[in-house]
Design a protein around this ligand. Structure first.
Ligand code: ZN
Ligand code: CA
Length: 370
């Protein structure tokens, strides 16, 4: 029932409108025009002001023609770099970039699926409850659009985010919490040749701390990483300052706390051992989410998949998405796979068939709830 040519054209036009993180305005206005044309009530919220984007989140609503439950569909408008001037190339039923940019299927595949589904609903006068759409800004920068979304404008208690890799039919029902852990080691400068005994090396402190840390795969539910280090000026100076930047994630909030405490303690012990100082900052990026396997949203999503002949499978992700944030705001939310492959690389691509199936899945979910 969805229009296969139109969903592809739609996707190709979306990815050719640049919308790098914090510069979503042009694409947001394009979507708002399209949504108005379809009969949605459209609003741009004020989230952009607090997160430094030139656009807010787009919120769109369509009154239902049945008493079915209100549904929210969400995808993010921003793309990672290199994401300007995307030039799609189609080969063997797959859309690629020209190899110099990402494709932007993350997450415009999700947006194309949602818009195609709602246009199909409207043109065929298909039964539907109230529909709410949210297209967020600044997801890639740290889920800031979703964190600053004007939730009081939404009525839905059930939401589908379309922003996961994997074949359509995968339903992400669990995601980790994440902490950012940054430590600044402060030692004492000294000439490395003339009087090294008067110095305290921040590099040695950082090395000591990191070497004592349990990192990478901690257990089934928990990971940790030191991602970059900065500091130092010259070989003949005992280094005064070094910063290390890391993260920890876990599906289990207690394990996340334990891993974070461990990393902080390694930093403090190292500073103490060398007689220096350390300033550690821990910032919670987002909380964990978990939707139960027998929750209505999962049961209905699976039913919609089966109706289409898609193999439903629930899964867990190691990454964060708007799903984490929307769940925390009291809306039961899962993340649906839309078939994006190798996102965040210039090799990103997507099968046209997956674009079509994602639109079909959104349409079928609307029908199942109507
Ligand atoms: Zn994404
Ligand atoms: Ca992404």
């Amino acid at each position: 029932m969805i229009n296969e040519k139109r969903v592809l054209d739609r996707f190709l036009s979306y990815i050719q409108i640049d919308s790098p993180t914090k510069h979503e305005r042009e694409f947001a206005e394009f979507l708002m025009d399209e949504l108005k044309r379809l009969g949605f009530e459209v609003y741009m919220d004020k989230a952009g002001d607090s997160v430094g984007s030139n656009s807010g989140n787009v919120i769109a609503k369509l009154k239902g023609n049945t008493e079915g439950e209100t549904l929210l569909f969400c995808a993010h408008m921003d793309t990672v770099s290199p994401g300007r001037g995307i030039n799609p190339v189609i080969k063997d039923g797959i859309v690629f970039s020209d190899g110099t940019t990402v494709l932007g299927g993350d997450d415009k595949a999700g947006i194309a699926a949602i818009l195609e589904a709602v246009e199909t609903v409207i043109e065929n006068d298909i039964d539907h409850g109230d529909l709410e759409l949210v297209f967020t800004i600044n997801e890639e920068g740290g889920l800031y659009g979703a964190k600053n979304l004007e939730y009081d404008r939404l009525n839905a208690k059930t939401a589908f985010v379309l922003d996961s890799g994997g074949d359509p039919g995968f339903i992400v029902i669990q995601g980790p919490a994440q902490n950012q852990i940054n430590a600044k080691f402060i030692g004492k400068e000294a000439h490395a040749g003339a009087e090294p005994e008067n110095g305290i090396s921040a590099i040695q402190m950082a090395a000591e701390a990191i070497s004592k840390m349990k990192l990478l795969r901690i257990d089934e539910e928990t990971t940790a990483n030191i991602g970059f280090i900065s500091g130092g000026e010259a070989t003949n100076i005992v280094t005064k300052e070094v910063e290390i930047h890391g993260e920890a994630r876990s599906l289990n909030e207690e394990k996340l706390q334990a891993q974070t405490d461990h990393m902080v303690k390694c930093c403090q012990d190292a500073a103490e051992k060398f007689g220096g100082k350390v300033e550690v900052q821990v910032e919670k990026s987002y909380g964990a989410f978990k939707v139960e396997e027998d929750a209505e949203i999962v049961v209905k999503a699976k039913e919609a998949c089966k109706n289409l002949g898609l193999e439903p499978a629930t899964t867990t992700t190691g990454g964060g998405s708007d799903t984490n944030i929307i769940n925390v705001n009291g809306i039961s939310t899962v993340n649906l796979a839309v078939g994006m492959r190798l996102p965040h690389t210039v090799d990103e691509h997507i099968y046209i068939k997956d674009l079509e199936n994602s639109a079909r899945l959104v349409l079928e979910i609307i029908k199942v709830y109507a």
